[in-house]
Design a protein around this ligand. Structure first.
Ligand SMILES: [Zn+2]
Length: 409
C-alpha cells in the first residue's frame, strides 16, 4: 500500500502541562492521528515515551511549548516525537477530539501519571517486544516504498506557507487545571453487612458479609493498580458499620463514586444474576431530611440566601442522580461479561446508603447466594476476579466520559 501525503496528519503544535504527578500532552493536527506509543528505557536518553506515528509526520517545525511536568526534553525526528522523562510516568489515557467550536484542529491528548520506577520498567519490558516488531515492520515497508515510491499529493504545504506557530493555544489546558486540582479520583467501596449482621447465607455455605468483603478487597487491589484512583473501604474486616457512618465516611473522604457491594437472596433457588440499584424517587424525597439529620452539608458559602442554596442543593442532587444512573448503565453490560444478569438489571430502590446528596452511588448485587451456580461463582477466586474486573471497566468508562466532557467544554 502506498500513502499519499493527504493521508498524513500535519502536526501543528505540541503542548505539555502538569506537574509530573499528572501531566497532559496535547498535540494538534490538521487531520486525526493515532500514533503508537512506547515506554522505553533507552541508553542514550534514559526513560522516554516514544510516539511513533503510523499516520502523522512533521513536515515543518510545529509549535512546541516549553518542556515541563516531568518531561525534560523533546526530540523531534521526521517520523516521531520522543519525550524524554525526568521521572517515571505512564500513559493513563488517550483522548481524540475532532475540531469543534472555535478549535479548527484535531486534538490528540495523552494523559500521563507519575508511577514507580518498577512499574515503568515492567511496562517498558512489555513494550520492548512490541517496539521491535513495529520497527521491523516499518523497515520492511520502507524498503518496499523505495522500490515503489509513494505518490505525494501536490497540495502538500511547503514549510514557508505555514505559520510558525498556530494562533490557537494548545487545547486542553483549562481541562488540565481542573483535573490537576482534583488529583486522583476517590472511589469508596462499601462491603455490605459485617460483624453481627451476616447478610444472606449461601446455599453452599458462607455468609454474604464475608463473600462481599473478599470481592471488595479484590476490587480495591485492581483499582489501586491504576494511578488515576484512590480507593477507600468503609470496612476492611468483619465488623458492623452503621449505614449513616458508611455515607459519612464516603463524604469525608471526598468520594467521587460510592459502590456498595452486596449479594442477593431469593426464595426460588433458580433465580440468579447480578443487578444494580440506584436511588428511587421515594429515596430522593428522603435526601434533604437525612442530609440535615446527619450533617451531610454541601459546601455552600455562608451568607448565601436560602433561595439560592435551595437551588444549588437541587442542582447537586439532580446531577448526582444522573451520574449514578450513568454509572449504573456502564455497569450492566460489564457485569454481563462476568456472569448472568437478573432481568431489569438496573433497578431503583429506597436504599439508605445511596442517600448522599452529592456522591454518585450504586449498590451492586453481584449474584444470588441462594442459587448454586451464582454462589460458586461468587466464592471462587476466578469469579471474584471477573466481577471486580467488570466493575473496574465500568469505573474507567464512567470517568473517561467525565474527562471527555471536561476536555470538550
Ligand atoms: Zn446485602
Amino acid at each position: 500500500m502506498t500513502l499519499s501525503a493527504a493521508g498524513w496528519a500535519q502536526v501543528q503544535s505540541v503542548g505539555v502541562a502538569g506537574d509530573g504527578e499528572f501531566t497532559r500532552i496535547t498535540i494538534t493536527s490538521e487531520s486525526p492521528m493515532r500514533p503508537d506509543i512506547f515506554l522505553r528505557d533507552t541508553e542514550e536518553a534514559g526513560l522516554v515515551i516514544e510516539m511513533v506515528p503510523a499516520d502523522f509526520r512533521l513536515t515543518h517545525a510545529p509549535f512546541f511549548a516549553e518542556p515541563t511536568g516531568g518531561i525534560s526534553a523533546y526530540v523531534l525526528e521526521t517520523d516521531r516525537i520522543v519525550f524524554e522523562l525526568d521521572r517515571p510516568m505512564m500513559v493513563m489515557r488517550e483522548i481524540d477530539l475532532p475540531p469543534s467550536g472555535t478549535e479548527r484542529l484535531y486534538r490528540y491528548i495523552l494523559d500521563l501519571s507519575g508511577v514507580s520506577e518498577a512499574r515503568f520498567q515492567s511496562a517498558a519490558r512489555r513494550d520492548a517486544q512490541r517496539f521491535a516488531r513495529f520497527e521491523a515492520e516499518r523497515y520492511a515497508r520502507a524498503e518496499a516504498d523505495l522500490l515503489n515510491p509513494p505518490v505525494l499529493a501536490e497540495t502538500e504545504p511547503a514549510m514557508a506557507d505555514l505559520p510558525e506557530s498556530p494562533s490557537s493555544k494548545p487545547a486542553g489546558f483549562g481541562a488540565l487545571i481542573n483535573m490537576a486540582a482534583r488529583q486522583r479520583r476517590v472511589i469508596v467501596i462499601d462491603p455490605g453487612h459485617g460483624g453481627r449482621d451476616p447478610g444472606a447465607l449461601a446455599v453452599i455455605g458462607g455468609k454474604e458479609s464475608e463473600i462481599v468483603l473478599k470481592t471488595s478487597l479484590k476490587l480495591k487491589d485492581m483499582i489501586e493498580q491504576d494511578p488515576r484512583y484512590v480507593v477507600r473501604l468503609t470496612r476492611e474486616t468483619d465488623v458492623y458499620v452503621e449505614h449513616e457512618d458508611r455515607v459519612t465516611k464516603a463524604r469525608n473522604w471526598g468520594a467521587d463514586l460510592f459502590i456498595s457491594v452486596h449479594a442477593d437472596a431469593a426464595g426460588a433457588p433458580t433465580v440468579k444474576g447480578a443487578s444494580v440499584y440506584t436511588l428511587s424517587t421515594r429515596g430522593e424525597a428522603r435526601i434533604e431530611g437525612t442530609a440535615k439529620k446527619f450533617g451531610w452539608n454541601l459546601p455552600i458559602e455562608d451568607g448565601t440566601s436560602e433561595e439560592v442554596s435551595d437551588i444549588l442543593q437541587d442542582l447537586t442532587v439532580r446531577e448526582t442522580k444522573s451520574n449514578s444512573a450513568i454509572f449504573a448503565e456502564f455497569l450492566v453490560p460489564e457485569l454481563g461479561q462476568a456472569g448472568p444478569l437478573l432481568r431489569n438489571t438496573h433497578r431503583r430502590q429506597n436504599l439508605f446508603v445511596l442517600l448522599a446528596p452529592d456522591v454518585p452511588a450504586v449498590l451492586i448485587e453481584i449474584g444470588f447466594l441462594t442459587n448454586k451456580d451464582d454462589a460458586k461463582r461468587l466464592k471462587t477466586e476466578r469469579g471474584r476476579r471477573k466481577s471486580a474486573a467488570a466493575i473496574k471497566r465500568a469505573i474507567d468508562a464512567y470517568f473517561d466520559r467525565q474527562d471527555l466532557l471536561i476536555a470538550t467544554n
